[in-house]
Design a binder for this molecule. Structure first.
Ligand SMILES: *Cc1c(COP(=O)(O)O)cnc(C)c1O
Length: 495
């Protein structure tokens, strides 16, 4: 029997894995969630002997049950190949008392590559399986990293087009340059005069517009999503938590079955939710340590049970986490409500109408595995400097949020359980903030000069992803406001 996914907002709306990947989003803004997460019925000792691709197959085959073994293996082989600069795909390094899981060795040097290098394969396979004859139009809102990773994944993939919206003044110069220099002939990139939440809301609005859907259908197109609201993003992200745990077993650091803590700094709540899903599959996790930057909606939520986006949006040195509406939290809310679509819908309605909601005490009890805290911009700079001075290791501004919160957690609790910290970006993507933190006297000059400085101080070679864009011509210069998003998409599609 095919394992079913269900909407968080309507218990009657179900989909197979391939349908859920194709659709991206359920009706009425709901998200597809697995009815139950199957157990990983293979031993950790066996997994410890496998490489990344093999572990990926074991995890994904449990979740994508309507893909054949051949189909799934082909997707995995196509995705996790020499595009990554290490055969390990996601190496684990020990620094600052924790296991840093480096997720930035893909084509665009952010962790988004971990899922977006496989999503185009999953999606085109899903289209074939479902006899879908429309051209797939990927609509993406990005806080900086998803955009380029999705462009790189979908560029020139037959049967697909991709449109990316980013906050014009809300991404790093390197992030922006990565996107606007994209050459793929099926790609479109626009900056919007607003923040990430505006971009995300605009994209979600297009998804749920029935008239627009009908119009596109007549013209031979169908929207889908490359954001982490798509389970085709989340499931590949479960893999590296299982993989890193088994590397610790292999290294003799933990024994199979020993508990670990997982620390993830969070924006849209996708990466940490993937860790939580991996634990439901059998990964022994004691605490999920959720780290926020100054946009600390999630810290407040975990401490009070109230989610409240009514506050100022702060532009920080960790722009990929500058988010006030963490979409994937809905999947956790649905679960702690006992897979109750009605209760979840009620809360999400309150979020849409009032910008806030409050969970019940019963639901709050189900959050005991989660710990939330946050790091300010000053704390981020101090942490980057401290880890560099003590260890010679350079953190990016996002991972530094996680490291600081990990320190706070240990200080508060004295818990010394081995911890895996998800490291989500190469420091080269945020060269200015990183160099300023380490030695502000070196931070004069443009961003590419700072990239050269960073190479000197970090002794890590400049990644190809940065070298490539240094002199690349700008291919995309559209800037629009959020009301114009639909019309620029239509123009891009020539309809
Ligand atoms: C996207 C991103 C995050 C946030 O991840 P979520 O899955 O949205 O929580 C953190 N760091 C970097 C570098 C990112 O690109």
């Amino acid at each position: 029997m095919s394992f079913l996914y269900r909407s968080t907002r309507n218990a009657d709306e179900t989909a197979t894995a391939s349908e859920a990947i194709l659709k991206g989003l359920a009706e009425n803004g709901g998200l597809f969630v697995p009815d139950e997460i199957p157990a990983l019925d293979i031993s950790f000792e066996d997994l410890a002997e496998m490489n990344y691709q093999e572990v990926a197959y074991e995890v994904m085959s449990r979740m994508f049950t309507d893909f054949t073994e051949e189909e799934l293996k082909k997707c995995i082989e196509g995705a996790y190949d020499s595009k990554f600069d290490t055969e390990l795909i996601a190496p684990v390094k020990y620094h600052h008392g924790a296991y840093i899981l480096e997720l930035f060795h893909g084509k665009t040097i952010a962790f988004k590559d971990m899922a977006l290098s496989i999503l185009p394969y999953l999606m085109t396979t899903a289209a074939k399986k479902n006899n879908m004859d429309k051209e797939i139009v990927i609509l993406t809102a990005t806080s900086g990293d998803t955009g380029k990773a999705a462009l790189a994944g979908f560029a020139d993939v037959p049967g697909t087009r991709i449109a990316v919206f980013y906050p014009k003044n809300g991404v790093s110069p390197i992030q922006e340059k990565q996107m606007v220099t994209e050459k793929g002939s099926n790609t479109f990139v626009a900056g919007i005069t607003g923040n990430f939440d505006d971009a995300q809301t605009g994209v979600k609005k297009m998804f749920s517009d029935k008239e627009l859907e009908k119009y596109l259908d007549e013209k031979g197109f169908r929207f889908s999503s490359a954001n982490s609201i798509n389970i085709g993003r989340l499931v590949p992200q479960m893999v590296y938590y299982v993989y890193s745990y088994t590397r610790l077993i292999k290294a003799g650091t933990v024994k199979a079955g020993d508990e670990i803590n997982i620390v993830v700094h969070t924006g849209n709540f996708g990466n940490i939710l993937a860790a939580y899903y991996a634990s439901l599959m059998g990964l022994p996790v004691k605490k999920f340590i959720c780290a926020s930057n100054d946009n600390k909606v999630l810290y407040d939520f975990f401490t009070t049970g109230k989610y409240d986006r009514n506050r100022d949006f702060i532009l920080t040195s960790s722009p990929s986490m500058d988010i006030l509406i963490s979409s994937n939290l809905e999947r956790l809310i649905y679960r702690i409500a006992g897979n109750d679509a009605e209760k979840n819908s009620e809360l999400m309605k309150s979020l849409a109408e009032n910008g806030s909601y409050e969970i019940t005490d019963e639901m709050k009890k189900n959050l005991f595995h989660f710990y939330g805290n946050f790091a300010t911009m000053d704390e981020v700079s101090e942490t980057i400097k401290k880890v560099y001075d003590e260890d010679g290791y350079v953190l990016d501004t996002h991972t530094a949020v996680a490291v600081k919160v990990f320190d706070k957690y240990k200080e508060e609790t004295g818990d010394n359980t081995p911890a895996i910290i998800a490291s989500t970006a190469s420091p080269y993507k945020f060269a200015r903030s990183v160099v300023e933190a380490i030695d502000s006297s070196l931070a004069a000059g443009d961003d590419f000069q700072l990239v050269d400085e960073l190479e000197k101080i970090s002794a890590v070679r400049i990644p190809a992803a940065v070298e490539e864009i240094r002199n690349a011509p700008v291919m995309h210069d559209t800037v629009c406001d959020k009301e114009e998003m639909e019309s620029v998409v239509k123009k891009f599609l020539g309809i």
